[in-house]
Write a protein that binds this ligand. Structure first.
Ligand SMILES: N[C@@H](CCC(=O)N[C@@H](CS)C(=O)NCC(=O)O)C(=O)O
Length: 211
């Protein structure tokens, strides 16, 4: 299995899921700015939108979209129980994956982290963040994870909440969320993914500053 990733981006959720299952993959780094892999290949020839994560399965099939990849990994590694297999619990997992992907990642963080979004767009995204973070704050006030146990939705959520450090969002306003992030970061799979991706991110940023 090959996972195309960029450091600290949403693709980190797949790395966390793999590590949590005691698995790994061939991780192929994509420079977020140049869309080139470390080997110099043009990533847009693999994914025309240039978006990570992109997964190549052992059978050579390409899969895009974080929610689909995370569910594929959970099904591929069933012993790790990273997702419910059926019933309402599976629907709840999908609810959270959709919520994180659309209401947080795309609606809030895409604008807040953008280098080109106008100030009005960032202000709009920031204003909309509060109601969405409040949903999470209430849900996590008395729970360890989004579902009854750690799942790929937690891998995605802790990845996205890590980005708050680069935005005006102050997790101090959301004590349950802050405690959740602290708890999740102590999980070995999350700690390992961060320990590996933070230096890669810094190197990527230094490269971008030199160009
Ligand atoms: N709809 C895609 C969005 C993925 C996405 O936004 N990936 C970001 C990293 S978090 C990316 O590759 N951005 C590069 C770009 O926009 O050029 C998914 O859910 O997988």
């Amino acid at each position: 299995m090959e996972l195309y990733f960029s450091p600290l981006s949403c693709s980190m959720a797949s790395r966390i899921a793999l590590y949590d299952a005691g698995a790994t993959a061939a991780f192929i780094e994509v420079d977020a700015a140049t869309k080139r892999t470390a080997a110099g290949d043009d990533f847009r020839a693999i994914n025309p939108l240039g978006l990570v994560p992109t997964l190549r399965t052992d059978a050579g099939e390409l899969l895009t979209e974080n929610a689909a990849i995370l569910q594929y990994l959970a099904r591929h590694l069933p012993a790790a129980q990273l997702a419910p297999v059926d019933g309402f619990a599976l629907a709840q997992l999908q609810q959270w994956l959709c919520f994180i992907g659309t209401e947080l990642h795309q609606a809030v963080f895409k604008a807040l982290l953008s280098k080109t979004a106008p100030a009005e767009v960032k202000a709009y995204a920031l204003a909309h963040s509060r109601a969405r973070l409040e949903v999470l704050e209430r849900h996590l006030a008395d729970r360890e994870f989004l579902l009854d146990r750690f799942s790929v939705a937690d891998a995605y959520l802790v990845t996205v909440l890590t980005w708050t450090a680069a935005t005006p969002i102050d997790l101090g306003d959301w004590p349950a969320l802050r405690a959740y992030v602290t708890r999740l970061r102590a999980r070995p799979s999350v700690a390992r993914a961060l320990a590996e991706e933070v230096p890669l991110y810094r190197r990527e940023q230094a490269g971008a500053a030199r160009r």
